[in-house]
Design a protein around this ligand. Sequence first.
Ligand code: MN3
Length: 200
Amino acid sequence: MSFILPELNFDYNALEPYMDAQTVGIHHDKHHAGYTKKLNSAIEKHPEFFNQEIVTLLNDLSELPENIRSAVRNNGGGYYHHNLWWEQLSPGKSGDPSGKIADALKNKFGDLDSFKSQMNDAALGVFGSGWAWLCKNNSGDLSIITTPNQDSPVSMQLTPLLTIDVWEHAYYLKFQNRRNEFVENFWNMVDWDVVNKRLG
Ligand code: MN3
């Protein structure tokens, strides 16, 4: 029993020209795989937790034994966040959102461009490594937040709907220091059907 690295739903080069094949390959096969391996190494010290969902572990880190708490926070967060990251990206699916998420974004942010602009600002405002998130709370209200490192919205009782990985490993090979270009290109790869499913 262990946490499994999900396979990509597309070829390494499928997101070109918005995301290059080398970045996809290294990000998934090295970084995401690394988080997965380190998470499993930590849980091996308390194998009873292999029976739990990763969101359950992240939901209340204080419930975990102290000697694995940091490892689950960092590597469990890294594992889960990258599961979300790849799942929501898709070649040929770009376009505007439809259905419930389109209505929810309009209600909260006024229009799609305002939402994207606020999400971009959040992503560009992350100091160092971290993530920008569109989340919903238990009442269904949407919000944009950022988290440092691999800290998870799940630990804040929020449900992630859409996320932008702004660790440099997500974009440096293609965009170097131009995080803004990476973030602009991000919107060409979003599979809004996945975001709709997360909204529930
Ligand atoms: Mn990453």
